[in-house]
Design a protein. Structure first.
Length: 105
């Protein structure tokens, strides 16, 4: 029987349209400037904008910086990645709250 090594919350996509709109509202010209102001590494932001998974902690930093709910920044596709001895399992969920609570339980 395989046992659980670790679980991480996976949020699939940052909503670029919303992010760029928030940046315009704060007169932020580009991702490099955003990186400096919100203290999230430039490479992390580029990675997220290219469609890769992101850590919740990074998303929290962006949400705090822009003073918006976390859910506002993502394209509403959440899940939990479960790692066992022999495989990875992606478990889709319907909300970031559900995904977060599932990782705790």
């Amino acid at each position: 029987m395989a046992f659980l090594f670790r679980i991480k919350l996976v949020i699939e996509m940052l909503d670029e349209t919303k992010l760029y709109s928030l940046m315009r509202d704060k007169y932020i010209k580009n991702i490099r400037e955003l990186s400096k102001k919100c203290k999230v590494p430039y490479t992390t932001l580029v990675y997220m904008l290219s469609g890769h998974d992101m850590h919740v902690s990074t998303l929290i930093e962006l949400a705090k910086f822009f003073n918006v709910p976390i859910d506002y920044l993502v394209k509403k596709s959440y899940g939990i990645m479960s790692y066992t001895e022999d495989k990875e399992i992606f478990i889709p969920t319907s909300s970031i709250l559900e995904a977060t609570l599932s990782t705790i339980m």
